[in-house]
Every structure is written in structure tokens, then in C-alpha cells.
Design a protein around this ligand. Structure first.
Ligand code: CMP
Length: 156
């Protein structure tokens, strides 16, 4: 199983979309193994978005992500990075297909509601940035055997 980090950005919280967005992941069969509501410090934001340093949207992006409370989740599932990014839709709200989270709730380039790791490697890095080891929970839900075929000892 793979992990991914998701951030419900300040606009999602201000627009009271937390419940609706979390439902999308739960209904897909993705397991939430870590979750917190917090402010992201400027230092942490700069570290998380280091790949964008120097781009014209970098400073406003740091202001945006630090502008209010966020909800951060560590997710677990088969191919969860790819699945998560599909659930989010295209980066810009106006490009995102209806039915995706951004397609349904965002129209802006920057205020795009939600972030998801773009590779398993960045997922590990981002999860380590936002969660301590003991904040990640190792558990299964009772419906696991109906979400995946587990009859052969692995989740298919
Ligand atoms: P995210 O998927 O979190 O990754 C980087 C973020 O920067 C992106 O979502 C947007 O919030 C923002 N972003 C990316 N490109 C632009 C852009 N061209 N103009 C404004 N904001 C952008």
C-alpha cells in the first residue's frame, strides 16, 4: 500500500468544505491514517513548496497556505497518489473536470482548495514534514475485505 499527503487549504476551511472533501476520500475506499487541523508556519510552507521557489506565484502561494487553518491528512491505499490526484482534478479550478474536488469547488488558479503529493517519493517527504511517526496510525477498517480482494493475503 502507498501513502499520500493531502492538505485542505485555508479556502476549504473558510468555505466549510471539510466534511464534503473528506467524504470523497472515504467513499473511494481510501484510509485516513493521520489527520490534524493546524496552521502551517512560513518555514514549513517554504519547505513544502521549495520546488516552486523563484516562480512568480511562490510568494503569494506561501501567503495563501499560511493565511488560516488547514486540515492535513496522511492517506493510505493502493496507488493512492495517482488516485488522490485524480480525485482532486487539474491544478487550476477552471480547468478541473466537474466531478473532481477542484472541478466542483474551485475556479481560481491559486485558491484551488486542496493539495495532494505528486509522487510516492514526495508523499514520504511531505508526510515526514507534517507528522511525527507516532501520529500515524496502523489500523484496518472492517470493510477492508470488501474494498479490496484480500483473500490471497494481499490487497488486490
Ligand atoms: P498545489 O497542487 O498545492 O501546488 C502548488 C500550488 O501553487 C498550486 O496547488 C496552486 O495553489 C498554486 N499555483 C500553481 N500554479 C500557479 C499559478 N500559475 N498561479 C497561481 N497559483 C499557482
Amino acid at each position: 500500500m502507498q501513502h499520500a499527503l493531502v492538505i485542505l487549504k485555508p479556502d476549504a476551511i473558510q468555505r466549510k468544505l471539510i466534511g464534503k472533501i473528506i467524504s470523497r476520500f472515504e467513499e473511494k475506499g481510501i484510509l485516513i491514517v493521520g489527520m490534524k487541523m493546524t496552521y502551517i508556519s512560513k518555514e514549513l510552507a517554504q519547505e513544502n513548496y521549495a520546488v516552486h521557489e523563484g516562480k512568480d506565484f511562490y510568494d503569494p502561494l506561501i501567503r495563501y497556505i499560511t493565511s488560516g487553518p488547514v486540515v492535513i491528512m496522511a492517506l493510505k491505499g493502493v496507488n493512492v497518489v495517482k488516485v488522490g490526484r485524480k480525485l482532486l482534478g487539474a491544478t487550476f479550478g477552471h480547468d478541473a473536470e466537474p466531478g473532481t474536488i477542484r472541478g466542483d469547488y474551485a475556479i481560481s488558479n491559486r485558491y484551488n482548495i486542496i493539495h495532494c503529493s505528486d509522487s510516492p517519493e514526495s508523499a514520504e517527504k511531505e508526510i515526514n514534514l507534517f507528522f511525527r511517526k507516532e501520529e500515524l496510525l496502523d489500523y484496518d477498517t472492517i470493510d477492508l475485505k470488501w474494498i479490496y480482494d484480500t483473500s490471497e493475503g494481499k490487497s488486490v
